[in-house]
Write a protein that binds this ligand. Sequence first.
Ligand code: ATP
Ligand code: MG
Length: 639
Amino acid sequence: MVEAFFPATDNPVSDRYQDLVQRAQRDPEEFWLAQAQRLVWHTQPMHASRSDFTGDVRVSWYEDGRLNAAENCLDRHVLYQPDNAALIWQGQEDGHREVISYRELHARVCRLGNVLRRLGVKKGDRVAIHLPMVAEGVISMLACARIGAVHVVLFGGFSAEGLAERLKDSGAVVVITADVARRGPKKIPSKTTMDTAINLCGAESTVRNVLVVPVTGADVLMQKGRDLSYTAEVALELPDCPPEIMNACDPLFLLYTSGSTGRPKGLVHSTGGYLVWASFTHELVFDAKPSDVFWCTADTSWITGHTYVVYGPLANGGTIVVYEGLPSWPQPGRWWDVIDQNQVSVFYTSPTVIRAAMREDDSVVQSRSLSSLRVLGSVGEPISPEAWKWFYAEVGRNACPVVDTWWQTETGGVMITSCAQNVAGKPGAAGLPLPGVAVTLKDAKGQDIENEGEGLLCLAHSWPGQAMTLWQDHERFRQTYFTTCPGHYFSGDGARRDATGYYWITGRVDDVVNVSGHRIGTAEIEDAVAEDHAVVESAAVGVPHDLKGQALVVFVVPKAEGTFDASAVNKAVAAGVGRYAVPEKIYVVPDLPKTRSGKIVRRLLRKIAANDLENMGDLSTLADPDIVAELIKLVAQQN
Ligand code: ATP
Ligand code: MG
């Protein structure tokens, strides 16, 4: 395993960063009240945290403060930099591009805020946003924030069932959807799917109005009295909309998790604490400046899209890029063109995208300039040292720091990472906890692991970005996160701490495979497999085994057909992890089941590998549900 800093350094942590860590430790109240000054408040908070991880569990930040999130993302920047670009929208087709200044974005948010108010949306009401990556997605989120409505962003690719479940759970009164969305060469019938979803809700439907954004201009069925044209409605309104003054603990949004492990959880994020965390982490992790063109490639229906497409960069007055399309459509390397055309300086993406780019011919990335880039980031899954180094060398041209950021929907923003300019990176390691983040590793008995070691990744006390609860289910919140290690938040992930205090995420604890008493993290196996250059990506899972308890099975996606050699993979695992970890079986497959946010869904692979095909569970969060049937077929053929 690679333990060295890359590039090599004797001074991995800056003085400035060490100072922040010490201040946050010495007097957290003072530190977090000072950080609150990143925002403008109508009433200054006098307290930072009133959180408590024992008893009923309370997450409460800045509870006596009052503010508005949209005002923080727009109005204060309109005062000083009205003509600076707030949002660059880049369509998937060349020529489709729009640059929206802070003044203009403010006006468009206000018009929509007024529409929603006219439709009777009140503070605390839920509004569902079901849009592709268009400017109206960001505008809709901020318009909700402006009037105190709670936004619920739903993935554009969800099935009608997936949408219906979330509409019912959230009780949304208004839906903002598209006529039709573009996804590469495909057209997604957003409005029709939403109609079916609302019908599926039946008597339980709470939706009064549907606003339809004309993304392609296609003709769609409009239900009289319920459905309204977004364009016609905003045209009726003035570009001025007084913000609703919110308590810091009023919900800003509710968001469902990716659903990698089962039924999605609707996490509720606060207005004040969340926004402080978004602003603080965005600046510190990416060394972000208002002059940066910040492109986070996440869909806005994922927490990464909330915090680093919208709230972090806009709270900090930067320029965001919202790109409609796929990485390699209409041509390979399309995303590199988006970077060059928009002079993107910070690029934040996921390992799955990096792995796909590695699969392409090197000339694809090498033929682009990419000279505007300054900082690179990765999120969503562990990134193998192999992919990390490729990203650094090929995309960053050996000059841009790579930050691998560990965090979750629940945490609101980055928690463990390296930091551009402040904390050096180590390929394969997530990095150090941010200032004020109290990571503890627990062993199976609940004891703290000091110094080097591996255990359950827990947090000893709250941080401003922490979700306050699960929507209308505080008990599930308490049970899910606070009972495994009482008095602590348990993330569900495992991690190893190395001699320099860096954390290595070993994967979800549920994914740990126990072969003849050896506990093996799936990330470890996959890193070893990635050493084989013929492999694009892989997923390791455990299946029940009579003698060993569990046996290890690896699904491998080869770079090109025919180039794959199972014995090379076995050798790589034996060398990288140990002979005991050599897989029982390797399945060669064209792709893996992934969530919309690009994460591998090991829960399904476990079932497929064990030929346990009943109750496959919720498939609505998969990017491509058809892959499941294909994998079942391929596994049967290879057995
Ligand atoms: P669900 O909770 O419904 O199963 P999910 O956990 O995939 O879904 P998210 O909150 O989007 O939903 O993902 C957070 C998880 O993603 C983390 O708990 C961790 O397992 C993984 N993860 C995110 N970033 C990293 C990273 N940089 N390194 C390793 N793992 C990561
Ligand atoms: Mg999770």
